[in-house]
Design a protein around this ligand. Structure first.
Ligand code: NVA
Length: 284
């Protein structure tokens, strides 16, 4: 059987409470290129937890589909949904985690650097969902992780503890600071994300003030290794967390990252619902 039919007759539902460009497009293209189909359900159509209970939506949708990719505000909603679903549920972003992004990021780093173990990634900015998943991914794969964030926007303590447990086995060094220059110095990868995530719009002004000094600009990036790459999960708020010269510069791999999301999702879906066995390194 060729790749083009590995998911034939399989249906993936996309259930999104928040907007999405990359995830929606890459899931749809991934399913189509592997012979399957996608149905997209917008927030207003479903009214998850409002028009109908989360548990009922999960039970209904899992009767029609082979897999559900859900993007919810809270992690608890996603976990409740998954506990009632009879088909696999993929976390397509919650306020706590963004695991598919982390997978695409690891793949991009591996493509660029030929390895993960022993590299140093510096995350500058909010200790948010993207940072949480990247930290866990780094700690599983032996990549060192430094994060610089303002005092009130530090990475989630529980995620940090889990990552420390993984790191004890993988050898990953984890370092948290409030000083971006300390984090970036000699890093192999410099990563940032928006200061205001979806759902936090009311805090935008307060956050802009709190994150002053945390912008990734040419001067900050010059402290990283000469061959360092710049990453951002997008969408970017240009002029806030990153300057145009950095995101459009020659070290930036942001559009490779977004394309790799689609390739990564293809592998994930083929493995989860297409019967493909992917031999994985024994990270855990
Ligand atoms: N931290 C961002 C990621 C967007 C893909 C957010 O949650 O809005």
């Amino acid at each position: 059987m060729g790749w083009g039919t590995i998911l034939s007759e399989k249906v993936l539902a996309l259930l999104f409470e928040k907007p999405s460009l990359r995830h929606r497009a890459s899931f749809e293209v991934a399913m189509r290129q592997l012979g399957g189909h996608c149905i997209y359900l917008s927030p207003s159509e479903v009214g998850l937890g409002q028009r109908e209970s989360v548990a009922d939506v999960a039970r209904v949708l899992s009767g029609y589909t082979d897999c559900i990719a859900a993007r919810t505000f809270s992690q608890q909603t996603l976990e409740l949904f998954a506990s009632y679903s009879r088909v696999p549920v993929i976390n397509s972003l919650t306020d706590l985690e963004h695991p598919c992004q982390a997978l695409a990021d690891l793949f991009t780093i591996y493509e660029k650097k030929g390895e993960l173990e022993g590299l140093t990634l510096a995350f500058i900015g909010d200790g948010n969902n993207v940072a949480n998943s990247l930290l866990l991914a780094a700690a599983l794969t032996g990549m060192n992780f430094r994060i610089a964030s303002p005092a009130d926007y530090k990475i989630n303590e529980q995620i940090l503890n889990t990552a420390r447990q993984y790191a004890a086995e993988s050898g990953t060094l984890i370092f948290c600071t409030e000083e971006p220059r300390q984090a970036v110095t000699d890093a192999d990868i410099v990563y940032t994300d928006v200061w205001t995530s979806m759902g936090q719009e009311a805090e935008a002004e307060k956050r802009q003030q709190a994150f002053t000094g945390f912008q990734v600009n040419g001067e900050l990036l010059s402290l990283a290794r000469e061959d360092a790459i710049f990453m951002h999960d997008l969408p970017a708020h240009r002029g806030e967390e990153v300057t145009d010269d950095v995101i459009d510069g020659e070290r930036s791999v942001v559009f490779e990252q977004s394309e790799n999301k689609m390739h990564m999702l293809k592998a994930l879906l083929a493995e989860m619902i297409g019967g493909l066995e992917i031999p994985l390194p024994d990270y855990r």
